[in-house]
Design a protein around this ligand. Sequence first.
Ligand code: FSO
Ligand code: SF4
Length: 546
Amino acid sequence: MFCYQCQETMKGTGCILKGVCGKESHTAKAMDLLMFVVRGISVVTDEFRNAGHSVAAEVNRFVVDALFCTITNANFDDESILNRVDKGMALRNRLIEEAKEKGISLPEIDELQWQGGRDEYAAKAESVGVLRESDTDLRSLKELMTYGLKGMAAYLEHAMRLGYDDASIHTFMQHALAATATKSLPAGEWVKMVLQTGEYGVKTMALLDKANTERYGNPEMTKVNIGVGKRPGILISGHDLKDMEELLKQTEGTGVDVYTHSEMLPAHYYPAFKKYSHFVGNYGNAWWKQREEFTTFNGPILFTTNCIVPPLANAEYKERMFTTNSTGYPGCKYIQADAEGRKDFSEIIEIAKQCQPPTEIERGEIIGGFAHNQVLQLADKVVDAVKSGAIRRFVVMAGCDGRMKGRDYYTEFAKALPKDTVILTAGCAKYRYNKLPLGDINGIPRVLDAGQCNDSYSLAVIAMKLKEVFELNDINELPIVYNIAWYEQKAVIVLLALLSLGVKKIHLGPTLPAFLSPNVAKVLVDTFQIDTISDVEDDLKMFQLS
Ligand code: FSO
Ligand code: SF4
């Protein structure tokens, strides 16, 4: 295996024997083969569209789900991945037949010609992974784009589950995937396509924002309980608000409470979910603390998306773990949607009833809900605070949390920021500082949490609005600095989205991606002045914050 798609990759270069995330070599290879099949399908659909034909929704759904299931910590279940390979091969062959019938000529590439069966999958996977591209810079650009597309697929899947879709996103996604299989472009052309991926990232996040807010209302300033109640509970993790809604509806009146974990915390900010009195609070912290926190939670856990940490062999909560959508874990029950997209959570609810209530691990409240609509309602207050000098600088600290010790930096950085600065955050990175007593500025909390990582879109909307209010020509003239933490591929699409909006001088940590070759990193540095982090003191000086 060779995988270097996330920040925790082994030695900062690549996982080769087993993933630091716990992904086994055979699982990584199954994913490589799935990506090979997805590239093949995309080559055919790209040609279909070039010839003026439409592509069935079933194919779009397959591509989106396949990309999503290969994201870091999404799916550890070989069987579920190999089933997708089987399905994808059949789909690809059917599309090839259709192309023949329509007189569309297809390129002669391995992605379309290989016809192996299950017993040949493992051997084939050896040659179709990341290292199939021998040129380090081209490999770097193709993988950077592919990881952006994976993140995009995750956000698109959530929007699609709420009935929102955009054909142009599927068209671009499959066009870009096809290019990685068929095109030998010069590096400059790949750079353009990478930036175009960012533009579609903005489009996808805007679509998901529309889906979430039209369906569940605009997030509003909310205090979220971090303590526990006396009844048994179900813990829901991930980003899928449709599952959140279904679970709240199905648990109403059952005597079972619902708690959020990690990235599901922002569900509390949506008006539609506030009406449920059994929606008690948020339990615990970011995804990587789940081994301890799932043990003390005592009740069942539902994973709606990544990030799954493989449970230890003796973890008794494994019996209570459920997955759905693109996620999977061997031995854990998978909740399948019916033909209408409905899910039956009754088994989880019945298990919860037999469980002890959660053990209290902390008490108190955290505040959030500062997505674009809420912040723009406070715009006058914010603008006054900036004009009067009460707020000197906004510091965007969005992104992901992770287990690396070096991420203590973000807690220390937040603590050391001068009191006339406000942190703008989104994603699970916030758990590094959202429980610190950082206070407020004229009633504006010093940590403004917009929501999940996809709500980084909200931060961009806020920045663009401020640019307008202050009558600036360039988004980079705003008193905003960017100190972003990344972990997996959703953060890659967020980064590419920000770049496509023209944001410069983003600091990315705790380390730069291993998949950026020195030359590709140089392009990003030269064009966008991207940099990484050093230590808190030096960085405060560099950001002119000390
Ligand atoms: Fe965190 Fe995980 Fe949202 Fe990621 S939960 S790390 S960027 O999946 O998705 O922020
Ligand atoms: Fe390694 Fe990250 Fe890939 Fe897991 S997802 S195998 S930790 S690079």
